[in-house]
Design a protein around this ligand. Structure first.
Ligand code: TMP
Ligand code: MG
Length: 289
């Protein structure tokens, strides 16, 4: 049905079910569809030429806006908490307090650096951040078909918006829920706005933002893209949901995490740095090939 689903990077627990969901979404058409996606390591690349690509936090961490001491502290936090984030032997409940601790400490360090709003665009330009191969077709296709794209990120909203803007794909159908910076009247970072979003509280974030989902109440079908098990609940605020197709990028610790990804995501993409599969699924649902 969709040749891209036969790529070696693709695994599915139940191929027949995936095909049925896609056919049902195709029958309902683009007007019944919305796309909900994570940003870091889902829309952006995990690695390029064997080198890790930065998350939206890492773009700041690696930049000239941060002192050497602060870089060291942020790196120590990453080394301590990232293994917990992806540890398949711990439950989400066990991980929660660690994630809150990581984000709280990282944001506090960033605030101490008195980051200037007017330098963010340049820092993003100078970074190694990359959207996945095929990103343009993804964003353009959704725009052309009037399909809303909700980006739901535990990264830094101001930074990820800038990445999308610099790639010329920040179209009018894109909405972002994320951690946004709060700048004082001189344009210096003084806090982060609103409730903290970390990897494993996206469900609460989704439920707090049901107002947004109500605007989309005729869009009963959801294509969900993520790279973490925390991303699976991003569509929980959608009311009267019909079908949800979950596509998961399995970027890191593939062998030990594969089973849990196969059990929870409908389509698992193993070390796949492209948007080929989401693009092909979208083309099929919206009536293309
Ligand atoms: P998300 O992709 O689920 O929205 O989460 C954002 C990623 O950001 C998550 O994988 C952890 C990462 N992160 C950093 O790289 N540095 C940090 O300082 C923090 C708090 C998170
Ligand atoms: Mg992610």
């Amino acid at each position: 049905m969709i040749p891209e689903l036969s790529k070696p990077s693709v695994s599915m627990r139940d191929r027949k079910r995936v095909e049925e969901i896609i056919q049902s979404m195709r029958r309902a058409g683009p007007r019944a569809l919305q796309v909900i996606s994570d940003f870091d390591m889902t829309l952006t690349r995990f690695a390029h030429n064997g080198k890790r690509c930065p998350t939206s936090h890492n773009i700041l961490d690696n930049s000239k806006l941060i002192s050497e001491d602060c870089k060291k502290s942020l790196k120590e936090l990453l080394n301590m908490y990232y293994p917990i984030e992806i540890d398949s032997s711990r439950t989400v409940e066990e991980k929660l307090p660690h994630m809150v601790e990581w984000w709280t400490k990282a944001h506090k360090l960033l605030i101490q650096q008195k980051i200037r709003k007017d330098l963010l665009a340049q820092v993003v330009k100078e970074s190694d951040a990359m959207l996945r191969e095929g990103y343009k077709a993804f964003f353009d296709q959704l725009q052309e078909q009037d399909i809303p794209l909700l980006i739901f990120s535990a990264g830094v909203g101001d930074v990820l918006e800038e990445v999308i803007r610099q790639c010329d794909v920040f179209h009018s159908n894109v909405r972002v829920f994320s951690n946004y910076m709060d700048f004082d009247e001189n344009g210096i970072l003084q806090a982060f706005k609103g409730q903290l979003i970390h990897t494993y509280n996206k469900r609460e974030g989704a439920l707090l933002n049901t107002g947004h989902f109500q605007e989309l109440q005729d869009r009963h079908n959801v294509l969900l893209l993520g790279d973490s098990l925390g991303d699976l609940t991003m569509a929980d605020g959608v009311q009267n949901v019909e079908k949800v197709l979950k596509i998961g990028y399995l970027n890191d610790k593939v062998e030990e995490r594969k089973e849990s990804y196969l059990a929870t995501y409908d389509i698992v993409l193993e070390k796949d740095e492209t948007m080929d599969v989401p693009n092909a699924v979208l083309r099929h649902i919206t009536g293309g090939q």
